[in-house]
Design a protein around this ligand. Structure first.
Ligand code: PGA
Length: 251
């Protein structure tokens, strides 16, 4: 699997800014096929961005999807609609949604199942708070999040799934994980997937990203680690120079 650089634009940009960043990224990343760049614009502009996206340079991701496939769910966007406009990836269980919107495991599970059903690759976000880290609960929290999200999902073993390890304390805070701390996390993920599915499945179909205040200073360390298959970038993905600099370490 190619390494992945995922840009989560959150609500940072308006439509014009999204288009302009898209054009810059297409220029920068065209012909660089050794890694995959995914952009996740605001849901409001997803369709207009999709309509001008050049084929084959950037992949499109959504920041969320509806937890139901019933057509009556006011204000939501379904997996079917995301697929229809050309989305390939979808973020699920981002900590901002878990903490601020009360998103819980049963919703996350349904979203993962729907993503698979409609041909989208889920990017499942997991991570502990600072309090949990300081209390030595990181492993327990991550295992609970993984099993809570995945235990009722009939995981199609031929499809890939991305796990984004985003410590809550690192998101948007300017503090980040030490790269050495990725190894036990990756091993924990491997243990989980091996016990529930198989080692082969983990090795061939599961990608592990790091996210949380990613910038061009820390990206080389993470990208040279065998315990990290890519990066999930929020704020810095809206700064073209910084994002291109982060991307330069994928070469
Ligand atoms: P950040 O956001 O890079 O601004 O910390 C990451 C994320 O929330 O996905």
């Amino acid at each position: 699997m190619k390494k992945m650089l995922f840009a989560n634009w959150k609500m940072f940009l308006n439509e014009g800014e999204s288009f302009s960043l898209l054009k810059k990224f297409e220029y920068e990343f065209s012909g660089r096929n050794n890694f995959e760049v995914v952009i996740a614009p605001s849901m409001l502009y997803l369709s207009s961005v999709a309509s001008v996206l050049k084929k084959g340079v950037l992949a499109l991701g959504a920041q969320n999807l509806a937890m139901s496939k019933k057509d009556s769910l006011t204000g939501e966007v379904s997996a079917k609609q995301l697929k229809d406009i050309g989305c390939q990836y979808v973020l699920i269980g981002h900590s901002e949604r878990r903490t601020l919107l009360g998103e819980e495991n049963d919703q996350i599970t349904q979203k993962i199942s729907l993503a698979f059903e409609f041909g989208l690759t889920p990017v499942l976000c997991v991570g502990e708070t600072l309090k949990e880290k300081n209390e030595g609960k990181t492993e327990a929290v991550l295992l609970k999040q993984l099993s809570g999200a995945l235990k009722k999902v009939n995981l199609p073993l031929e499809k890939k799934i991305v796990i984004a390890y985003e410590p809550v304390w690192a998101i948007g805070s300017g503090t980040y994980l030490e790269v050495e701390e990725m190894e036990p996390i990756w091993k924990l993920f491997r243990r989980f997937f091996t016990s529930v599915y198989s080692e082969k499945f983990f090795d061939e179909k599961v990608m592990v990203l790091y996210g949380g205040s990613v910038n061009s200073l820390i990206s080389p360390g993470f990208l040279s680690s065998k315990y990290c298959d890519g990066l999930l970038v929020g704020r810095a993905s809206c700064d073209p120079l910084e994002f291109v600099s982060i991307a330069s370490y994928f070469d």
